[in-house]
Design a protein around this ligand. Structure first.
Ligand SMILES: [Zn+2]
Length: 403
């Protein structure tokens, strides 16, 4: 199973300059290849005998011309331009499959990164060897054991990080969950997560404060004169704040997913149609704030490490609209309604707790049917995930009980 670990780097000035140059080369190659792709695509539309653009052909083409046309490219690892074009190929693949938008040109300051294949770099304790450059210090050691697959060096605000992807072996399970119980988890708008036990986790408090500061700063930025020194300073401050918020959020998600997988064997969650939800203006903010993709990813691998199971409800499973007591289904339930009374059985529901209980019930019924009809069950509701992989240490998360 592939797991990535992102580690802060401690480059000296010369190394940071080299990173910036390699990232610039990668960006240039990506943008060059995207422009070529578009030109060749138009050309082959006009003349069907011409080949369609592909990342492989574009990489060969760049290799043929780079010594003449872009000799400065040779100053950094050949991985930088090559991997960038491979990534463009993936971006097009995702676009053709309907999973992503049409690839955009990379911008300086926004997409400062370059990638390395595993034959081009090495990790030794808390340092990493970058081709052409040499050893660079890392702030921590690599957390996962296994075959190292690739690395991406990137700039976030004014700091450099390396994300190392490791193929972790399947034979190092962690202790099983404390009780072999089942829980449903509703991710949401008013709380970070609501459990079927009635517990609510509102997410880190610091986040709220930082988010309002973020709002203030970005408003301030738009008032500053373009190109002025003050605007530059404000932009750097804003980028640092973004990075800090990202770290806090990531940390909160790690705590939550560790807590859940430690406590429960089977965990039911929604399959959030994130792309659809982003179109809903009210939901967009909270969804992007909380990183639902990331939540799902962490929960999957952490449950797998303990031999647990994540049951994902189908996209159209109406977790909010079913009464978890009597099964009565509402036609509609606007997002603004946080509490409702079932007209059939009279139960008063907290919207999120009710949804979590429905997800729990679904998890129970789908895992039961998975046992009964081997191989076929579970598919009905979503994927029942199998096991593996090592995991990071973590702290217990205080849960605020609902009442
Ligand atoms: Zn009811």
């Amino acid at each position: 199973m592939l797991t990535a670990h992102k580690i802060a780097l401690d480059p000296n000035d010369a190394q940071a300059t080299h990173f910036a140059r390699a990232a610039g080369t990668a960006r240039f190659a990506y943008n060059w290849a995207l422009a070529e792709w578009q030109r060749q695509y138009e050309a082959c539309k006009a003349d069907a005998t011409l080949p369609k653009p592909s990342q492989i052909a574009l990489r060969r083409q760049l290799n043929r011309v780079k010594a003449d046309q872009f000799p400065w490219m040779l100053e950094v690892t050949k991985n930088a331009p090559q991997m960038a074009i491979i990534q463009l190929g993936t971006a097009f693949k995702n676009f053709f499959a309907g999973r992503a938008k049409y690839p955009k040109f990379r911008k300086k300051g926004l997409h400062d990164r370059f990638s390395l294949t595993n034959d081009q770099f090495g990790v030794d304790g808390s340092r990493i060897r970058i081709p052409v450059l040499g050893w660079v210090r890392m702030r921590e050691t690599l957390r996962f054991e296994g075959k190292i697959m690739s690395a991406t060096v990137s700039r976030v605000a004014d700091r450099w990080f390396v994300s190392i992807t490791v193929d972790t072996p399947m034979d190092s399970p962690l202790p099983k969950a404390e009780n072999q119980g089942v829980a449903g988890v509703d991710l949401g708008v008013s709380a970070l997560a609501t459990l079927s036990t009635g517990e609510k986790n509102s997410g880190p408090k610091a986040l709220k404060v930082l988010l309002s500061r973020l709002q203030r700063l970005s408003r301030g930025l738009s008032r500053k004169v373009k190109g002025s020194g003050n605007r530059k300073k404000a932009r750097a401050r804003l980028a640092r704040l973004h990075a800090r918020i990202g770290n806090i959020r990531q940390d909160a998600l790690h705590q939550l997913t560790t807590h859940l997988t430690r406590r429960f064997h089977t965990i039911g969650i929604e399959d959030l149609n994130v792309r659809g939800m982003m179109k809903n203006r009210h939901l967009a903010r909270s969804v992007s704030d909380m990183g639902l993709f990331e939540f799902r990813r962490q929960l999957d691998y952490k449950a797998a490490q303990r031999g647990g199971v994540v049951v994902v409800a189908g996209r159209w499973f109406p977790s909010s609209k079913i009464c978890s007591c009597c099964g009565n289904k509402l036609e509609t339930l606007p997002l603004s309604v946080r509490e409702w009374t079932c007209l059939e059985c009279g139960t008063i529901h907290d919207r999120d707790v009710n949804a979590a209980i429905n997800l729990k019930n679904l998890a129970v019924s789908s895992t039961v049917s998975a046992c009964r009809e081997e191989g076929s069950g579970g598919a009905l509701y979503g994927n029942v995930k199998p096991a593996s992989v090592k995991q990071e240490s973590s702290t217990k998360l205080p849960m605020i009980s609902f009442g």
